[in-house]
Design a protein. Sequence first.
Length: 280
Amino acid sequence: MTWNDIPFDVRDAFQKGIVSAAVIKNYIYANSNPVSRFLMNRTTSGMRERFLADNLFLTKILIEEGLGICGKLSAEYEVRRSRFFDEIDFVFANVLMALLADFALVYFPAPSVKLNPTAATSSAFGPLGARVSRFTQGMPSNIFQVDRPYTMQQRVACYLFKVSQLFVTGTACAAIGVSITNTLISVRQMLDPQFAPQNPKSDVLFTSVMYGLFLGISSSTRYQLVNGIEIHLFPRILGNAPRIVEAFATYILRWGNTFWGSQQWALWAKFTGAQRSGKH
């Protein structure tokens, strides 16, 4: 790849001193992989900004989704046992919603690079979306981000904004998942009057809000801390170690976070009465 193959806005931001040489290296690395190249260049600007900030962003997505699907399938099998394949439709619905939530937990708290932090932004969600975009334009996407000197107010605003993002995302994912599960139960009972579900139907609103609160408060805080460790501690501990070493350290860190989050969710679900199982 030559200098002219790098997009103009990336080159221009580097020449103006807005971004460091690491961003150029991250672009080249992401562009060398067909999956990250597609996600970076063919999806959203937010996705592109995260690949520019972190050369392990795709690895972290795969780690979280891998942990998510293994953990969720194990939990589903533990609950259903001999009924696992007979109720594979329920399993699929639960796993799908968990994977969507997993992606949000990687995406929203991840550090990002804004090539033009003062530019006015538009939004596909109209004037309200544009106002939100302008409000968040000067904030970091992670409270521990150090690509420029953010103020304490900006970091606090970032934390609160991420809490709200994950609350909305968690509530939406849970609402869809619980609605699908309740619908499947109703259909099964219509087709087979003797069908007895493992658990009774859940209250969509209550369960969704409880799950949203958990993602917004517990998960958001933990994933901010995970990114902070990766940003500040790993470079000091690992130094110039090969990328695979950093990827392994990230796996161990995120596995521990997943285990810790599972324990917190079990306590939260028991305390609130939410019956939906999860790993977050």
